[in-house]
Design a protein around this ligand. Structure first.
Ligand code: ZN
Length: 437
């Protein structure tokens, strides 16, 4: 039986059907001989990291793939702060902030453009004017992480239980900041909401009058005159992946929030960069996984390319990216398939529709397991439709890691107690029985 698992996550691979693709999904329509060969060698099914119909973020879906319940996990603000190595105190709150173009409409802040074009000098010049603030004992520290995006760290007696001001869409009013249920009467949440509101008003006034914005608007450019925020959270300890599953783990990912996820779970992280060639990138990452196999029992190999292609809202772009990934997988996958110690899993974290207004959608995604002992079904193509008739059925949430333990012959017979804390893996991390000589 295999002793280690390599999980390839093609981010946002699942999709909907489009008339421009003869009513197929981009994956169905793509020519993917290598992914289809994996389907032919393995057990196929559909996967949803939560309940069918629920649209999940990458980080929530990855936490579920790694076998963590929603209540245990962290939100993106703190994950990106941790992933980017920012200094965050145990009582601090981190929230994502984005500079945008907004207008005042009868006393309401309305979003004009969430992604206005702006040159890097103007962005960094404006951000440096709003990077420090303090009110009523609550401090604010803003750090740019990517173009218009940054992380706002709140210090003092602060609470992460506050609502978002980013409506995720142009044309809508920014929501007001409020403590969210059941923390409505928590004084710290109320004070945090008041202080953030004051900071965001100050940011709007400061940026609106800034000479860089005035010069820009004189040239006909959109002003970067407001900040919107979302997904606040603070640090909380989470049970490490190794303790929960008994497997030493590595994540190979180009995505900042994934670095935060793996770091929060005590997994090692290989911080790789994306080039313009997603096929080369996935091939390089699979080759890195092959080299790292002796050190790890679980390796996550991640490509953001299908998700990013879907966000361009062009199904044909996504199809060509999938074909490039398939070619890259075909070039690199040989050493994993020929190694009897490897259980290979290929799936996605969620569906990303390459049409319509949604960021992610709630359809399940294809999943395949390949390895010694894994049942072989009659599926001959890895896509959202063919995999539905596979031997796995529909796999959900935390079941993925339980299936990995099962295929590795590491699943525990339920009820066995070898250590004070119940675990799903066998043999457990138990203390040996000692007899004095
Ligand atoms: Zn994702």
């Amino acid at each position: 039986m295999p002793g280690r698992c390599v999980l390839i996550v093609l981010d946002g691979l699942g999709d909907r059907s489009y008339a421009s693709l003869d009513h197929m999904t981009p994956l169905q329509s793509a020519s993917t001989t290598n992914l289809d060969a994996l389907a032919e060698m393995g057990a196929n099914g559909l996967y949803h990291a939560d309940r069918l119909g629920v649209a999940l973020s990458s980080q929530d879906a990855h936490f579920a793939l790694y076998g963590y319940d929603r209540a245990e996990t962290l939100r993106r603000g703190i994950l990106e702060a941790v992933g980017s190595g920012l200094e965050v105190g145990t009582n601090d709150v981190a929230v994502l902030g984005r500079l945008i173009t907004a207008e005042r409409d009868n006393g309401i802040l309305r979003i004009v453009d969430r992604r206005p074009p702006a040159d890097p000098d103007r962005i960094s010049g404006l951000m440096s004017c709003i990077d420090r603030y303090e009110t009523n004992g609550i401090g604010f520290r803003f750090t740019q992480i990517n173009q218009l995006e940054g992380i706002l760290i709140l210090t003092g007696n602060v609470s992460p239980h506050i609502t978002d001001t980013d409506p995720l869409c142009n044309g809508l009013p920014a929501p007001s900041v409020k403590p969210f249920s059941p923390h409505e009467s928590d004084p710290a949440a109320q004070a945090t909401a008041r202080a953030l509101t004051e900071y965001l008003i100050w940011v709007h006034r400061t940026l609106s009058e800034h000479p860089l914005n005035r010069a820009g608007t004189a040239r006909g450019e959109m002003p970067l005159n407001a900040m919107i925020t979302h997904l606040a959270d603070g640090l909380r300890p989470i049970e490490p992946f190794r303790e929960r599953w008994g497997l030493a783990a590595l994540s190979i990912s180009p995505k900042l929030v994934q670095w935060g996820v793996s770091r929060s779970l005590g997994m090692d992280t290989a911080r790789v960069k994306d080039s313009r060639d997603p096929g080369k990138d996935i091939a390089d990452r699979i080759t890195l996984a092959v080299h790292k196999l002796p050190q790890y029992e679980f390796i996550h190999v991640h490509s953001m390319a299908p998700d990013q292609a879907a966000h361009t809202k062009n199904p044909l772009t996504k199809r060509s990216v999938i074909e490039a990934l398939d070619a890259g997988i075909g070039r690199a996958i040989g050493p994993l398939l020929s190694n009897p110690d490897v259980l290979l899993a290929v799936t996605a974290d969620h569906s990303t529709p390459s049409g319509g207004p949604l960021i992610h959608s709630g359809e399940p995604v294809p999943m395949v397991f390949v390895g010694q002992g894994v049942r072989r079904d009659a599926v001959r193509a890895l896509d959202e439709i063919q995999c539905a008739s596979g031997a796995l059925g529909t796999v959900r949430g935390r079941e993925f890691m339980l299936m990995v333990l099962n295929y590795l012959d590491r699943c525990k017979l339920r009820g066995i107690m070898q250590s004070p804390r119940d675990r799903d893996f066998w043999p457990g991390d138990y203390e040996p029985f000692r007899i004095e000589d």
